[in-house]
Design a protein around this ligand. Structure first.
Ligand SMILES: Nc1ncnc2c1ncn2[C@@H]1O[C@H](COP(=O)(O)OP(=O)(O)OP(=O)(O)O)[C@@H](O)[C@H]1O
Ligand SMILES: [Mg+2]
Length: 155
């Protein structure tokens, strides 16, 4: 596991921008952390790194569950907070986005249970102060294991 101190929002921006720039079709990033930890904020910066039009505001898909944006590659932003069961997630067709044409970013991935993708970058955001967060990055699968040290060095 690699940990990064995000001492200000600018450091979160830097992490998000790096993740957006290196994203490849089929990549999955799961974002854990309590309410207000910064999962949506990080996703907004990932979107900037993907080259999504900066006039487009990336909002929390808490009620709509899934938002899709067009950048260099598509961004599929999911928030599973309100979903109760794996069956519900499956019936909404969410797993069909995994490993597809875009980058999938998933808030509240714990809800996936057995649907949890094996190849993914998992980031847990921990609140360490009013404007600071700690990001714990864990690579699941060989592809992310190769990339994670580079990501940390670029932030
Ligand atoms: N270093 C930082 N990194 C990220 N967010 C920060 C940081 N410092 C302060 N913040 C603030 O913390 C808040 C994070 O809110 P955000 O909606 O991103 O949380 P979330 O994890 O998506 O919560 P939820 O589980 O409700 O979806 C924002 O208002 C953001 O500006
Ligand atoms: Mg959120």
């Amino acid at each position: 596991m690699h940990s990064i101190e995000l001492s200000t929002l600018q450091r979160t921006e830097s992490l998000g921008t790096v993740l957006g720039k290196i994203a490849e079709p089929g990549d999955i990033i799961t974002l854990a952390g309590t309410l207000g930890a910064g999962k949506t904020a990080l996703t907004q910066y990932i979107g900037r790194g993907l080259g999504i039009d900066p006039r487009i505001y990336i909002t929390s898909p808490t009620f709509s569950l899934l938002h899709e944006y067009q950048g260099r590659i598509p961004l599929y932003h999911m928030d599973l907070y309100r979903l109760g069961s794996e069956e519900e997630i499956e019936s909404l067709g969410f797993p069909e986005y995994f490993y597809g044409h875009g980058l999938t970013v998933i808030e509240w991935p714990e809800r996936l249970g057995s649907l949890m993708p094996a190849e993914r970058l998992h980031i847990e955001l921990v609140i360490s102060g009013e404007i600071s967060r700690t990001a714990h990055l864990s690579a699941h699968g060989e592809l992310w294991q190769k990339k994670v040290a580079d990501i940390v060095s670029m932030v």
